[in-house]
Design a protein around this ligand. Structure first.
Ligand code: ADP
Ligand code: MG
Length: 229
């Protein structure tokens, strides 16, 4: 379970403020983050992943306070627990598609890259329709293909939490549902908590819950915990 409490966050520059009095996201649930551009959806994913730290309040995962960990500990926690699909994909241009998908295994000694992992990587690539592009470099991919590589990379280490920032934003309808199927199937099979930012109202009904960031702007003192629909 993710528990956010009394959270206040501001970037060093600019006037943006994120205030979340209380938010709980239950283990194995699927949540969509919606809200206007600039309302802090990406920022909250980064806070949950321990990429940035709150100015006040806590971010807790399974009873462990992520926001109180040191840098190295937070990085380990992220690599071993969280699959991230970044809004900008963050693929490494000098690695092939396959090596990008395998990247978590290359940079983290606690993940062992064996034949079974290769096979799962190939299966994932097939499921999202990029298996003929495994030896290409990201430069020669469309935006939608890059996005699908990012989804494969996030799922491969079998994280207990998947955080996806607009994972279907660049996809045509066929690939949109393919990518969502991967995320939801993986989440269901492994009891993973799935949180995805989306602007796409067509996909919202697949999520167990919708967290609307408008609430965080309008209410500053009240408890804004969203109820399960
Ligand atoms: P969303 O994902 O909901 O569109 P973000 O979380 O990306 O919103 O951004 C929230 C606000 O914080 C925006 O006003 C954005 O311009 C600002 N912001 C994002 N990243 C930074 C940064 N590194 N430094 C300063 N301001 C930032
Ligand atoms: Mg964003």
């Amino acid at each position: 379970m993710i528990r956010v409490s009394g959270l206040e966050f501001a970037y060093r520059e600019g006037s943006f403020r994120l205030r979340i009095p209380h938010l709980e996201i239950h283990e194995g649930s699927t949540s969509a983050f919606v809200g206007p551009s600039g309302s802090g959806k990406t920022t909250l994913l980064n806070l949950i992943a321990g990429i940035v730290l709150p100015n006040r309040g806590i971010v807790e995962m399974d009873g462990v306070e992520v926001s109180a960990m040191g840098d190295a500990q937070r990085r380990d926690y992220r690599i071993t627990h969280i699959g991230l699909v970044f809004q900008e994909f963050e693929l490494l241009e000098y690695l092939t598609v396959l090596d990008n998908i395998l990247l978590p295994y290359r940079i983290n000694s606690s993940l062992e890259l064996d034949r079974e992992v290769y096979e799962r990587a190939e299966t994932l690539a097939e499921q999202v329709g990029i298996s003929d592009k495994l030896s290409r470099y990201p430069k020669k991919l469309s935006q939608g293909e890059r996005q699908r590589v990012a989804v494969c990379r996030a799922v491969l280490p079998q994280p207990i939490m998947l955080l996806a920032d607009e994972p279907t934003g660049n996809l045509d309808p066929v690939n949109k549902w393919r990518v969502l199927d991967i995320l939801f199937e993986y989440a269901e099979e492994s009891g993973t908590t799935l949180v995805a930012v989306t602007h796409d109202h067509e996909v919202l009904e697949r999520f167990g819950r919708v967290v609307d960031f408008k609430e965080f702007q309008e209410y500053e003192r009240d408890d804004v915990e969203r109820v399960e629909p």
